[in-house]
Design a protein around this ligand. Structure first.
Ligand code: CP
Length: 311
């Protein structure tokens, strides 16, 4: 029997507190597996997973691949640079051809918002969103939540500040939905040109343009990467100016709780959104986020496969 209400993971918007709780608890169990000398379990033996990455990735792709191997799944990696997409094949034809090889799960990253849902509507495979445009990146938010819980015990009533390029950030969107569902208080902070256009953001969170006010008494500060590939040059006068007003520096961090966690989804533009001194400090949990990413992805793949196996 599936223990999740969802059948695919498109995003965290609308995902219930109980599903998020199940994923985080299962990830915590898999975190223990990753500490063992033999870091492997047979949970997905006989299951085939395709990693379809149409956008660049270091952490997410390797993390999914490692999670699949830790669960004993069979894994195929697909990237646009070495595929027939280069010869003009459509996304749907690519999926149908891969599906004809009898695969069970598809992990997809694509620049287009809604691509994971589109694939699910035209396929029998279980779909996991590994990042769709500026829309959602649910496993990143889940690993962020797991990391915060590990350090702070619970997400309920914790104050989380998310600073930076909110407009283009799928990480901010998924964190917004996930964190508020779990009872955290979220403050977003961005220059006006990188603030979200969509008012849905302001209904459930506080928006603040002064970074010092945004991080005031925060329990965790998540710095976001400037998504230069999704913005035109007119949005920011210069990187130096951005750093001066929105960069997470020692001085800014003094406004937060003394033990505030410093987080970043990576890759970091050091000295722009986050000073190296802060990224490498004792308060930084950035590499723990990466480790937790494997456990979270194991949990998502395991739980969604369980759902399919019961049908
Ligand atoms: N955090 C994240 O999505 O990193 P990658 O782009 O390297 O996958």
């Amino acid at each position: 029997m599936s223990t999740l209400q969802i059948k695919h993971l498109f995003g965290l918007r609308g995902v219930s507190q109980s599903d998020i709780r199940t994923i985080l608890d299962t990830a915590m169990d898999f975190r223990q597996v990753l500490e063992r000398p033999v870091k492997k379990v047979p949970s997905l033996r006989g299951v085939t997973v395709v990693n379809l990455f149409f956008e660049n990735s270091t952490r997410t792709r390797t993390s999914f691949e490692l999670a699949e191997k830790r669960l004993s799944a069979d894994t195929i990696n697909f990237t646009t640079s070495n595929s027939s997409v280069k010869k003009g094949e459509t996304l749907l034809d690519t999926l149908r051809n891969i599906e004809a090889m009898k695969i069970d799960l598809v992990v997809v990253r694509h620049k287009g918002t809604g691509v994971p849902k589109f694939l699910a509507d035209h396929s029998k495979a279980i779909i996991v969103n590994a990042g769709d445009g500026a829309h959602e990146h649910p496993t990143q938010a889940l690993l962020d939540m797991l990391t915060i819980e590990q350090h702070l015990g619970s997400l309920k009533n914790k104050r989380i500040a998310i600073i930076g390029d909110i407009r283009h950030s799928r990480v901010a969107r998924s964190n917004l939905w996930g964190l508020t569902t779990m009872g955290a208080h979220v403050t977003l902070c961005a220059p006006s040109t990188l603030a979200p256009r969509n008012r849905e953001f302001f209904n459930s969170v506080h928006f603040e343009q002064d970074v010092r006010k945004a991080v005031h008494e925060a329990d965790a500060v998540i710095a976001l990467r400037l998504q230069k590939e999704r913005m035109d040059d007119s949005l920011l006068p210069s990187m130096r100016e951005y750093r001066n007003f929105f960069g997470i520096t020692r001085d800014v961090l003094e406004q937060a709780s003394p033990s505030a966690l410093i987080m970043h989804p990576g890759p970091i533009n050091r000295g722009v959104e986050l000073d190296s001194e802060m990224a490498d400090s004792d308060q930084s949990v950035i590499l723990e986020q990466v480790t937790n990413g494997v456990a979270v992805r194991m949990a998502v793949l395991f739980l969604l496969s369980g759902g399919r196996a019961s049908e």
